[in-house]
Design a protein around this ligand. Structure first.
Ligand code: TXA
Ligand code: MG
Length: 323
C-alpha cells in the first residue's frame, strides 16, 4: 500500500489516485465525515475488491460519490424533496437514496442488486478534487474492516487495511467524525435511514415532516447496513451510566462527575465543555483508543439525544448491541 500525505504535490496525488481507480484498484481517501475506501463504481471487479478488503457482506450496498448535484442527477431520479435537500446540503455530509435511472452505470454489485441508489456529494476539498478528476462515480464505504469502528484518521485506515488496498491518502483528521446522514427519498416520502450531522431538524426544515423508519432493524432492513450490531469495538459498552464499575474505562461527556469515576482504569472525554460537534468528531478515535487498552468494558456517560446527539447515540447503541 502506497501512503501519500498532504505534503506530496497535490496534482500528483490526484493523478495517482485516478490512475489506480481507472486500473480497477482501491484508494482510501479523506472525506469530511470519515475516511472512505473508493473504487470505480462502474467496474464490478474493482467493487468486488472493496467487499473482499473489508470482509463486507455482499448484500450491503455502497454509496456512490459524485462531485456535484448535476453528476448525481445523471444517475438517479430526484423527486422534489430530494432536490430540495440536495440543493440545501450538498456538498456535505448527506446521502440520498433515490430510484436509479435506467442507464445508470453503477454496477449491480455496488447496489447489491437494488433498484435504488445511495448518492453523496462530499464537501472535503480533496474528495472534491478526486471526484472531479475521475469524472466517474466512486463507490466508497467507510475504510475499515466490516463491523469495526469507522476511521477518522489515516492511521485508523492503515491499521485495518494495510496490505489490502493500493493507496491511502492522508488528509488529517476528519472534521465531522460520523458517517453521513442517509435519507431515503422514495415514493413514500423522505425517511432518515441513518442519523448524522445533517440533523432531523435540518432535514424537516427543507423536506417537511419525515416518515419514521420501521423500528425492527433485524427484519429486512431498508438500509441493509442498519444491522443492530455495527460500528463495534471489542470491549463491551455500557451506555448512559450513573456510576463507573471496577475495571471499566470511562468515556465521559461534559463535566458532571460520576460515582466511581476515580477508579476508572482509563478515561477519555468526548467534550469537556459538553459540545456535541466536538464529541462527534472525537467519538470513533476515543472508542478505538479505549478499546486498545484491553479493558473488558467501557462505561459511557449520558449524552443528550437532540440535534447531533441523535447520531452519536445511534452509533453508541450499535456499538453496544449484543453480537
Ligand atoms: O459518510 C459516509 O457516508 C461514508 C463516507 C466514506 O462517505 N460512507 C459510509 O459508507 O458510511 P458505508 O458503506 O459504511 O455505509 C453505507 C450505508 C450502509 O448502511 C448501506 O446499507 C446504506 O448506506 N445504503 C447504501 N445503498 C443503499 C440503498 N440503495 N438503500 C438503502 N440503504 C443503502
Ligand atoms: Mg461503514
Amino acid at each position: 500500500m502506497q501512503l501519500l500525505t498532504l505534503s506530496a504535490p497535490y496534482t500528483s496525488m490526484i493523478d495517482r489516485a485516478a490512475e489506480i481507480w481507472l486500473a480497477g484498484g482501491l484508494v482510501a481517501f479523506p472525506t469530511e465525515t470519515v475516511y472512505g475506501l473508493g473504487a470505480d463504481a462502474t467496474n464490478p471487479l474493482a467493487v468486488a475488491k472493496i467487499f473482499a478488503a473489508k470482509g463486507r457482506p455482499h448484500f450491503n450496498p455502497l454509496i456512490a460519490h459524485l462531485p456535484s448535484l448535476a453528476a448525481a442527477m445523471a444517475l438517479g431520479r430526484f423527486n422534489p424533496a430530494a432536490l430540495a435537500l440536495a440543493k440545501a446540503y450538498w456538498p456535505g455530509p448527506m446521502t440520498l437514496v433515490v430510484p436509479i435511472n435506467p442507464d445508470c452505470p453503477v454496477c449491480d454489485l455496488a447496489r447489491a442488486g437494488l433498484d435504488t441508489l445511495a448518492l453523496r456529494v462530499p464537501s472535503h476539498p480533496l474528495a472534491q478534487a478526486l471526484l472531479h478528476r475521475l469524472a466517474r462515480p466512486v463507490v466508497a464505504p467507510s475504510a475499515n474492516r466490516s463491523g469495526h469502528v469507522s476511521p477518522t484518521r489515516a492511521e485508523h485506515v492503515s491499521s485495518d487495511l494495510a496490505g489490502r488496498i493500493d493507496l491511502l491518502i492522508d488528509g488529517g483528521a476528519a472534521s465531522l467524525g460520523l458517517e453521513s446522514t442517509i435519507i431515503a427519498c422514495l415514493a413514500e416520502g423522505p425517511m432518515i435511514l441513518r442519523p448524522g450531522a445533517i440533523t432531523r431538524a435540518m432535514v424537516e426544515t427543507v423536506a417537511g415532516t419525515l416518515h419514521n423508519l420501521p423500528i425492527n432493524a433485524d427484519k429486512a432492513p431498508i438500509a441493509p447496513g442498519q444491522l443492530a450490531s455495527h460500528y463495534a469495538p471489542r470491549a463491551r459498552l455500557r451506555l448512559s451510566v450513573s456510576a463507573v464499575r471496577p475495571g471499566e474505562a470511562l468515556l465521559a461527556f461534559g463535566s458532571p462527575s460520576l460515582r466511581g469515576e476515580d477508579q476508572a482504569e482509563f478515561r477519555a472525554n468526548l467534550s469537556p465543555s459538553g459540545d456535541l460537534i466536538e464529541a462527534a468528531a472525537n467519538l470513533y478515535r476515543m472508542l478505538r483508543e479505549l478499546d486498545a487498552t484491553g479493558v473488558a468494558a467501557i462505561a459511557v456517560a449520558p449524552i443528550p439525544g437532540d440535534g447531533l446527539g441523535e447520531a452519536i447515540l445511534d452509533r453508541l447503541q450499535r456499538a453496544a448491541a449484543p453480537r
